[in-house]
Design a binder for this molecule. Structure first.
Ligand SMILES: [Ca+2]
Ligand SMILES: [Ca+2]
Length: 163
């Protein structure tokens, strides 16, 4: 994990680059599809859903770790992905819903940069890496400025559930 600075535009730029976005969706899908049948079952999606829940807590939704409630949260997230409700998530469903969620997140963030702890293989990490790649002197300065902003929000994932 690493701490990165990102804002809504970082995410939108990443989504608009179809090729990069599709490639990372395919990577992620293959990674999650542990039995390689081209479909993500609920069990295979769990890891991803847990990650999404971490994102939710970033936006002030305080989710207590009541196991029953958690199951409901994961169930409803899974159904959001499973557009045709056939009990599994295929690549198209995964791509469409991931895009939706990232767009929603980007608009939630707006132009205010946030500092986030990102997992190495997460989409956000990839979005940030892309941003860093295309970095010019101006962007570097901008990021430097972000880092020095006193009001910057440091977002930490909820780590307690891993213990
Ligand atoms: Ca599978
Ligand atoms: Ca489906």
């Amino acid at each position: 994990m690493s701490v990165e600075i990102l804002d809504g535009a970082t995410i939108v730029n990443f989504l608009e680059d179809e090729e990069a976005f599709n490639a990372s969706i395919c990577d992620r899908f293959a990674h999650l599809d542990s039995n390689n049948d081209g479909q993500l079952s609920y069990e295979e999606m769990l890891k991803e859903l847990q990650g999404l829940r971490v994102m939710e807590t970033h936006f002030g939704v305080d989710v207590e770790t009541d196991p029953d409630e958690l199951v409901q949260v994961y169930d409803s997230l899974f159904v959001q992905f499973d557009h045709d409700l056939n009990g599994t998530v295929d690549l198209e469903e995964f791509k469409a819903e991931t895009k939706q969620m990232m767009l929603a997140m980007a608009s939630g963030m707006g132009f205010l940069p946030v500092q986030m702890v990102l997992e190495e293989d997460s989409f956000l990490k990839k979005a940030v890496e892309r941003w860093n790649e295309g970095e010019d002197a101006f962007t570097k300065q901008l990021k430097q400025g972000y880092q020095e902003m006193p009001g910057i929000q440091v977002v930490l994932p909820n780590l307690t559930e891993n213990g």
